[in-house]
Write a protein that binds this ligand. Structure first.
Ligand SMILES: Cc1cc2nc3c(=O)[nH]c(=O)nc-3n(C[C@H](O)[C@H](O)[C@H](O)COP(=O)(O)OP(=O)(O)OC[C@H]3O[C@@H](n4cnc5c(N)ncnc54)[C@H](O)[C@@H]3O)c2cc1C
Length: 375
């Protein structure tokens, strides 16, 4: 009899895991809290790296579909000074496929494909119960169900993590406010040219502004600033004009076209950035493991989703290859060791990177950009 496997969370980690398992003919129950795939806005664009997110899609047999949907031109990157001077203007070669962009919603639909997700299943607790009939998964509606293996891919505020580790995400000192502009090419042609085909970044003292083109003329804008936890401005995120006024004051003195990105933004979302301690490990518990942000939440510097997908694909391949009674548990152990080592390195790098990107010396941000950008 094949083991009963559940993955909690239908984000990049959980869906990639389930999709690669599906490719190997191994059924997985996907338990997702959202009531439907389009229950909330899917978020911005993701660049999928050749050796990470794209490798995961290859393992899922989805690379051709990804190539058709993704935007290689979205790799373009421009850095401006706060007075609007262009400091860097990097454009990819036409055949460059190292880090093409894809909208999160498109990626989700691509991964969903034939998967049978149980929507509206909010998990409250997971109880490992070795020796009895597997691991109990408890739901918000009071139901319980048992599985042989539960994979926690339930993101930053994971409920599954509590069965393995007492660690909780800590505030990084940086808060991000997200807004967006629709139909930019028609409604804001000047801003459309400013952002270009890819991303625009501006670094000031303890703050930064990033704008990214998504498909369909949609631009996401991220305003980031160092804010002490007890100095959060106490604004109601739903009060769009109050948040806008606060941001315009925070970025006062920056070039007018940059401020226009905030002036024309529609709704604002408030996201204090949190991270788990790095490296985050735990004593192995048979029947439960973690993937993606649930295992190693780190600052959003372009690797979180890539790692989440790669881990999902690797765990699925290891489980599919495991045979014999101790097989699946040994496969999980080996997977965890590898994940901790790799994710630990990335977590340390992104924490240090955030200090440089949103820090007291904007020259550090530019230097970091030069270190990571292909020549
Ligand atoms: C502003 C921003 C920009 C980013 N840009 C990039 C980028 O360019 N590149 C990159 O690689 N990464 C990026 N990241 C990081 C990336 O978003 C995450 O690392 C990635 O989404 C992690 O995937 P995941 O599947 O582990 O978790 P999530 O995407 O958080 O998915 C978790 C899923 O679990 C579900 N869930 C949660 N709790 C429960 C529960 N109790 N029961 C059932 N289901 C539950 C959620 O509804 C969700 O569907 C960015 C992050 C932010 C905030």
């Amino acid at each position: 009899m094949s083991p009963r496997i559940a993955v909690v969370g239908g984000g990049p980690a959980g869906l990639t895991f389930a999709r690669v398992m599906h490719r190997h003919g191994r059924p997985v129950t996907v338990l997702e809290r959202d009531p439907a795939p389009d229950a909330r806005p899917p978020g911005g664009t993701l660049d999928l790296h050749e050796g990470m997110g794209q490798l995961a899609l290859k393992k899922a047999g989805l690379l051709t579909e990804f190539a058709a949907l993704s935007r290689p031109e979205g790799q373009a990157m421009r850095v401006l000074d706060t007075d609007g001077t262009v400091l860097r203007d990097w454009r990819p070669r036409p055949d460059d496929r190292a880090n093409p962009e894809i909208d999160r919603g498109q990626l989700r639909d691509l991964l969903l494909g034939p998967l049978d997700v149980r929507w509206g299943r909010s998990v409250t607790e997971v109880v490992p119960d070795s020796g009895r009939d597997g691991v109990a998964v408890c739901f918000a509606d009071g139901r319980r169900e048992r599985f042989d293996l539960v994979v926690g891919a339930d993101g930053a505020w994971s409920r599954v993590r509590r069965a393995l580790s007492p660690a909780t995400p800590r505030y990084t000192g940086v808060t991000l406010v997200e807004t967006s502009l629709d139909d930019v090419d028609t409604r804001h042609p000047g801003l459309a040219r400013l952002v270009g085909d890819g991303s625009l970044a501006v670094y000031g003292v303890n703050r930064s502004l990033v704008a990214q083109r998504n498909s369909g003329g949609h631009v996401k804008v991220y305003a980031q600033a160092r804010v002490e936890p007890d100095r959060q401005p106490g604004l109601d995120p739903a009060d769009t004009e109050a948040v806008r006024a606060h941001l315009l004051a925070l970025f006062d003195g920056w070039a007018a076209p940059l401020l226009d990105l905030l002036r024309h933004g529609t709704a604002f979302a408030h996201r204090p950035l949190h991270a788990l301690p790095a490296p985050h490990t735990w004593p192995h518990v048979p029947g439960v493991t973690l993937l993606g942000d649930a295992a190693h939440l780190m600052p959003p510097l372009g690797v979180g989703a890539n790692l989440a997908m790669l881990e999902g694909a690797e765990l699925a391949e290891s489980l599919a290859a495991a045979s014999g009674p101790g097989g699946p548990d040994e496969a999980v152990r080996v997977f965890e060791e590898r994940m901790w080592e790799r994710a630990g390195r990335w977590a340390e790098m992104t924490l240090a990177g955030l200090d440089r990107l949103v820090g007291p010396d904007p020259a550090q941000a530019l230097a970091l950009w030069d270190e990571v950008q292909p020549s």
